[in-house]
Design a protein around this ligand. Sequence first.
Ligand SMILES: Cc1cc2nc3c(=O)[nH]c(=O)nc-3n(C[C@H](O)[C@H](O)[C@H](O)COP(=O)(O)OP(=O)(O)OC[C@H]3O[C@@H](n4cnc5c(N)ncnc54)[C@H](O)[C@@H]3O)c2cc1C
Length: 496
Amino acid sequence: MKEERYDVVVVGASNAGGMAAGAARQKGAKVLVIDKESTVDYLYRNTIASVNSSAQKQAGIKIDKRELVEFLSAFAQDNVNQKLLWKWANESGEALDWLEENILEPNGDHLYVEADAKYETLINKAFPTGNEVTSDDKSWDRGWGRYMIKELKNMGVDFAWKTKLEHLITDSQNKIIGLEVRDEDTSKVRKIYVNKGVVICTGGYGNNLALMQKWAPTLLKKNTFGQGPRDDGSGQIAAMEVGAARDEEPASIIFDRGAVPVGTNIIDFYINDWQSHQFVLGSYPLLKVNLRGERFFNESAPYQFAMNSLMHQPGHLEVMIWNEKTMDNLKQFHTLGCSRLGWPGIFDTDGEKKLLKKFLELGYVQQADSIEELAEKMNLPKDTLINTVKKYNEMCQKGEDTEFGKEAYRLFPVDGAPYYAVTLGGILLATLDGVRVNDSMNVLDENCNPIKGLYAAGNCAGGFFWGSYPDRVPGLTASHAITFGRLAGLNVVSEN
Ligand SMILES: Cc1cc2nc3c(=O)[nH]c(=O)nc-3n(C[C@H](O)[C@H](O)[C@H](O)COP(=O)(O)OP(=O)(O)OC[C@H]3O[C@@H](n4cnc5c(N)ncnc54)[C@H](O)[C@@H]3O)c2cc1C
């Protein structure tokens, strides 16, 4: 049988993989992309961060790179590689321009930017980094990944779907010379050889319970749901088999809006599926209490901070309390990113009301005519909840949160029926810790030496995030994948 051989094989056809393939092909390489699933259209995301993309320049948006890198570095307490942060700040604009010119514009889409990054407190520091993929400046083009695949095929990139990387093949010097892959339909295993190298773009490990227990056990306490059903960590394991080092501490992106039934025990509750449990209103800084009915933190904080705070609370879940009047005043909370009211955001007021109706019907949201009745329905101590709401309302009336310091414009009393409540836990969108790379995206071994011919980008590559995701830098995960995917694709060709 004829040997199957390419210059470059990219593993994973999503954000990082598509960009890596395009870049390697642009450099003249013969490129194959493999993916263990049959489609990636909807994995290409709508909000993508950058510094100085053409769209941002045209809109007059100026972001101070030094300030942004310093912010990211401080957010991670320097448990990251600052060279990678600078690389991203310096290269993300060019990567997004390539994407817009070569993939989006030929298919009627473009990047739209929104300058809004209002914040009043240090904890909410925000940057206008988001570029939104749209055709009409009114809605996102979800599923634009179909354009990426189409254009890559037009450029001459080959694809093998339902094809899973099992192991990497090395020579006696531990240089990558190929890979062993399995056909997911037939289970047949075959070898593919490479002249230059392999780029791993295989995402996280949030759907691999054993790896979660080993690498990030606290994430199982912080999350009720996972939204990455294909994230099995297999690419990272394959890289580690040939000596790749990886981050020693976890990083993740968690949304604080996973609605669960009353009485859920988070310890036994981690469900990974595609069904949406996202109750978007849950990311609003409304009154939130622990399972004892007590307020426990300043609700006006990055999404993930709620789940971090809950690690110190009984049961690790929170209950959000609000009323019908709140629903007509959502604008005043001035939320950003993907809880923004209106586009670019997921819902407007009508959308939020429809979602409320749906979650009421599902029984996740409970409705009551009094706080006492609400406490009963939510299984919360009645007297404590009544006192908490009373105190909160008094602070709202005075316009000062003397307990935790929430901004005055985000104080809205829970006063007047109907009242609502929902129990919330975290939704793990993705794990962000991965194999160690240098700023060429070349994978490193335990001694920080490059493994020749092995590159990694996106959520399977580490050194860029640590702990919680800075959601006030909107679109950073997709941009990390897109920017570094492109660099990995260029470098695997030029360095080998
Ligand atoms: C609902 C949702 C919305 C989001 N929205 C945004 C957003 O708007 N902006 C943003 O910045 N981030 C967003 N994110 C996060 C973002 O999706 C990820 O950070 C991004 O997809 C990472 O891209 P990636 O290419 O590294 O990995 P992935 O997108 O996870 O892709 C990895 C690919 O590798 C394939 N693969 C894995 N293992 C193997 C193997 N062994 N062999 C072959 N193939 C393999 C998988 O099938 C998959 O196609 C969102 C996440 C979710 C869940």
